[in-house]
Design a protein around this ligand. Structure first.
Ligand code: MEV
Length: 423
């Protein structure tokens, strides 16, 4: 079913109304979203996921609107504790939407497993002998996962290099595996462990570490979009965002914060869909330092019509099968809302949201500053902390913003005076 992610007035609805709109918009039965009521994870389910469980922790799950990727609309679930993130992503997606939304593509779901071989007498000869055994090693790897092979995945390549280290030269082999719709950690780690003895025997050394690399640069996903100059606030804002982008490209101190803004979007969708936030974050930051110096992951430029173009490319090892994506009821609901049918499509939406988030932060920073919008939302949290009931929160927050005093004590006074007026 074709989804329309443009739902006007979405933010002003109640939680129940929003959920009904999302179910309707995504073509999902309301019952499929019932897991969202309780945070979706029963204690016995949690107890099976990790060790020493004593409870669960809840996080807000919001939905970003206006997102179009490769001509298809998506309502995008985002799990985050940070105010303004969901609103900012929706707003940036709206600015991209008038020029066709996001265009995304990927290099394919290929993961790297590393096999470290030590105690090698002739590392260069060993490297050659390992490469001569390519077909045998790939077949051995494939034999570990016939299901993956049947689905069209499996071992694709074997590389090897001599790595000079302070513990002497080591032979490092990379097994490249197409993991299809899985994140792939289990599949490639199993293969790495299975092929390591044969590989080390060829090398005449001892196998040591056998584990995937989170620098997943054979699983790159890129997104681009044109952001309308007028909706951004005019030509000066476009030029200032380009200057902000150049700052982040040139300075690692700024790049870390610029990239954190990207991860605000990426990690929120990765988490909502039950994927591994740490794997994705490690991959993104490794990619940001791929040329030896840490830099911005995105680029903003001005096009010939004066609009702003944004591009982002990052490794995106996420899956639709296995792990918490299957086990967590909220992740299952999130996948249904997203309406994606492959891990590649999920990755493309995630990277598009990262770009939207980045644009929103850079726009706010280059225009009115980040605190303006942030403090408005923060005021709502302060109002609730001061004891305001849900129907009182907007009025109390409004008072805090108007008086420029976003403080808990002042919120208590504002609440008391609001209740006095109502009595
Ligand atoms: C805050 O969570 C993220 C920002 O600092 C990102 C940025 O500075 O680009 C606003």
């Amino acid at each position: 079913m074709a989804v329309n992610s443009r739902i006007s007035g979405f933010k002003d609805r109640s939680v129940a109304e929003r959920r009904a709109l999302v179910a309707d918009g995504a073509g999902v039965a309301a019952a499929a979203l019932s897991a969202l009521d309780t945070g979706g994870l029963a204690l016995d389910q949690a107890d099976h996921m990790i060790e020493n469980v004593i409870g669960t922790i809840g996080l807000p799950l919001g939905v970003a609107t206006n997102v179009t990727v490769n001509g298809r609309d998506h309502l995008v679930p985002m799990a985050t504790e940070e105010p303004s993130v969901v609103a900012a992503a929706s707003n940036a997606a709206r600015i991209a939407r008038v020029h066709g939304g996001f265009h995304a593509s990927g290099s394919g779901p290929v993961m790297i497993a590393q096999i470290q071989v030590v105690d090698v007498i002739d590392p260069y000869g060993a490297r050659n002998r390992v490469l001569e055994a390519r077909e045998e090693i790939l077949a051995l790897a494939d034999a570990q996962d016939p299901v993956l092979v049947r689905l069209g995945g499996g071992a694709r390549d074997l590389t090897a290099r001599v790595l000079p280290t302070r513990a002497g030269p080591q032979v490092i082999a990379h097994l490249l595996v197409d993991v299809r719709d899985a994140m792939g950690a289990n599949a490639v780690n199993t293969m790495a462990e299975a092929v390591a003895p044969a590989l080390a025997e060829r090398a005449g050394g001892r196998p040591l570490l056998r584990i995937l690399s989170n620098k997943a640069d054979t699983r790159l996903v890129r997104a681009r979009a044109v952001f309308d100059a007028e909706l951004l606030g005019g030509p000066q804002v476009v030029d200032d965002i380009v200057a902000a982008s150049a700052f982040a490209e040139a300075d690692p101190y700024r790049a870390a914060t610029h990239n954190k803004g990207i991860m605000n979007g990426i990690s929120a969708v990765v988490l909502a869909t039950g994927n591994d936030t740490r794997a994705v974050e490690a991959g993104c930051h490794a990619h940001a330092a791929r040329d030896g110096a840490y830099t911005a992951l995105s680029r903003f430029e001005k096009d010939r019509d004066g609009n702003l173009t944004g591009t982002l490319e990052v490794p995106m090892p996420v899956g639709l099968v296995g792990g918490a994506t299957r086990a967590h009821p909220v992740a299952q609901a999130a996948i249904k809302i997203l309406g994606v049918t492959s891990a590649a499509e999920l990755a493309e939406v995630i990277v598009s949201v990262g770009l939207a988030q980045n644009l929103a932060a850079c726009r706010a920073l280059a225009a009115e500053g980040i605190q303006h919008g942030h403090m408005r939302l923060h005021a709502r949290t302060i109002a609730a902390t001061a004891g305001a009931a849900p129907d009182e929160v907007p009025r109390v927050a409004e008072r805090l913003v108007r008086d420029g005093k976003i403080q808990e004590e002042y919120a208590r006074q504002a609440l008391a005076s609001l209740r006095g007026e109502r009595a």
